[in-house]
Design a protein around this ligand. Structure first.
Ligand code: UDP
Length: 188
């Protein structure tokens, strides 16, 4: 099938530059489970090919690359996402961030935890991942108005990748990352 993985020395700095320059980007955190899903889903495979940045999230990916002569460090998506949040408020103005996904209350809790941990962080909006079709238009309008610089989408794989691919045109200059269950982890 041949999926891409982008090998960089410093993913956070590459993304920080994209965020600062307002160069839109879809980040995929690739693991073995996702590659198996992509084998059966041409749509998911296409999303992975189209994403501007595919990082080696899983140990299986790192092992596969090693067997093919490429020695790379794992870059877990949750750590990359946390690192960007830590960097976000060191800029003036701080990057604007949106959390979308998780059960009702979870993204709010995760945002509270981050606001405690990183005063000055600019989480400009949160939305749970169980919207009714009736709620969708108002949510999409909110996102369109806010144009957050960094948008985390935690709907699980492959739902989040498909959602990002379908909606990123609404905020074309944003960096979008599928963060899986990260909000649950941060909310504790
Ligand atoms: N989720 C959601 N909306 C849905 C289905 C799932 O917001 O319609 C959320 C769920 O609450 C959880 C996350 O998606 O926070 C999926 O987490 P999981 O650990 O299963 O994802 P993975 O990291 O394995 O992709």
């Amino acid at each position: 099938m041949g999926l891409p993985v982008h090998l960089l020395n410093d993913y956070p700095s590459w993304l920080a530059h994209r965020i600062q320059q307002r160069l839109g980007c879809h980040v995929i955190t690739l693991n073995a489970e996702m590659t198996m899903q992509a084998e059966h889903s041409p749509t998911l495979a296409q999303m992975i090919h189209t994403a501007e940045l595919v990082i080696p999230d899983g140990a299986g990916i790192v092992l596969y690359l090693k067997l093919h002569g490429r020695h790379v460090d794992r870059c877990p998506g949750i750590e990359l996402s946390a690192e960007l949040l830590m960097r976000s408020h060191q800029f003036t103005p701080p990057w604007s961030i949106f959390f979308f996904g998780g059960a009702p209350g979870v993204a709010e809790k995760a945002a509270e935890v981050w606001k405690q941990k990183a005063p000055g962080i600019a989480i400009v909006g949160v939305q749970n991942g169980y919207l009714t079709p009736d709620d969708q238009p108002a949510f999409l309008e909110r996102l369109k108005v806010l144009q957050p610089q960094l948008i985390y989408v935690g709907l699980g794989v492959p739902r989040q990748e498909l959602w990002i691919a379908q909606h990123r045109y609404m905020c074309p200059n944003s960096v979008w990352i599928g963060v899986g269950g990260s909000f649950d982890v941060w909310a504790g």
